[in-house]
Design a protein around this ligand. Structure first.
Ligand code: F6P
Length: 352
């Protein structure tokens, strides 16, 4: 496979962080648009790791990306490697881009991957970003691709759990991904008819939850579904950590809140409880129509931004348009669920 393309006409592309359905649609969009503008696209493997050790899959041709927008995962693979945590990492990235004859770079990722892209831009790398995360917690874009697929999966699960919860007169606590932002829990909880929604943004009151469940019981509703973000925390407590481990970006591995919560509710109310952790099922498999189309449009825009020399920017969805925004504004602070959105959801806690 060819390593180098035309001088001044080759774009390196990488996907970093957790995979999100729609990544392949972005890659396809980039390759098709870039080719039409006379560029070659070099596929870097395993996110930033690939630019540290020069691993790539060669120049992507149209056949290699044909129809991949329908597939989940990423054909370029991914990692959570942070070049700023590796000795001389940023310089290695720059040297390797040169070695690979790539004047330009498109980084597809979330807050961490794009944070690195932003720093590299400030060090002279001609980079464009594409926002990816199932968490939907990136600023400067209305939605990130992957989110729609993840909430579709979570909604299906929450909705389906109603029949088993009802049959057994149980409360089922469903743990949904999202460490710091509860967008997935909020939207799938509303759509799937959860009786209680718990987000990282709003520490929960265990007594309040138990009262809601007891009131439901009084009204003859002997079952409930609680949609709970993995990062949700009780008012009186600390985050529950599954392991003390942290990744290269300093994120602790979460998990365990649904199990703890279901034990505690059962103890306090006598209601039989179970818990389910949706975990990676939320981001596994093929993207929804929305994510296929959004990913495709973002990819096309990113290649166009390279051609227009709009470096240090990110392709973003604003309303129905795909526009270029400053990477600097998109990273650094997460987009979390505002209180008004949570209050809206809370209105339904006692009704359904
Ligand atoms: O950022 C996406 C995400 O799926 C989060 O919702 C979740 O907390 C995390 O990644 C899980 O990371 P990993 O796949 O590395 O376990």
């Amino acid at each position: 496979m060819a390593v180098t393309g035309k001088k001044g006409k080759q774009i390196a592309v990488l996907t970093g962080g957790g995979d999100a359905p729609g990544l392949n649609a972005v890659i396809r969009g980039i390759v098709v648009k870039a080719k039409s503008l006379g560029y070659d696209v070099l596929g870097i493997l395993d996110g930033w790791k690939g630019l540290l050790d020069c691993s790539h899959c060669g120049v992507l041709d149209l056949d290699q990306v044909s129809d991949i927008h329908m597939l989940g995962g990423t054909i370029l693979h991914t990692s959570r490697t942070n070049p700023y945590k590796v000795e001389n990492g940023p310089q290695k990235v720059k040297d390797n881009l040169k070695k690979l004859n790539c004047d330009f770079l498109i980084a597809i990722g979330g807050e961490d991957t794009l944070g690195v892209a932003n720093k590299l831009f400030k060090e002279g790398v001609k980079v464009v970003g594409v926002p990816k995360t199932i968490d939907n917690d990136l600023n400067e874009t209305d939605y990130t691709f992957g989110f729609n697929t993840a909430i579709t999966r979570a909604t299906e699960s929450i909705q389906n759990l109603h029949t088993t919860a009802k049959s057994h007169h149980r409360t089922i606590v469903v743990e949904i991904m999202g460490r710091h932002a509860g967008w997935m829990t909020l939207e799938s909880g509303i759509a799937g008819g959860a009786s209680v929604i718990l987000l990282p943004e709003e520490p929960f009151d265990l007594n309040e939850i138990c009262n809601i469940l007891k009131n439901r019981k009084k009204k003859g509703k002997n079952y409930a579904i609680i949609a709970c973000s993995e990062g949700a925390v009780p008012k009186e407590g600390q985050m529950i950590l599954q392991t003390g481990e942290k990744d290269a970006f300093g994120h602790v591995r979460l998990g365990g809140i649904a199990e703890r919560l279901s034990e505690e509710i059962e103890k306090r109310t006598g209601i039989e409880c179970r818990h389910v952790v949706l975990g990676h099922l939320q981001r596994a498999g093929d993207p929804t129509v929305f994510d296929r189309v959004l990913g495709t449009r973002l990819g096309v825009k990113a290649a166009d931004m390279i051609d227009k020399r709009e470096f240090g920017k990110m392709a973003a969805l604003k309303g129905i348009d795909i526009i270029a925004v400053d990477l600097n504004k998109a990273v650094g602070k997460l987009k979390t669920v505002p209180k008004e959105r949570f209050d809206e959801a809370k209105l339904f806690f006692e009704t359904d």
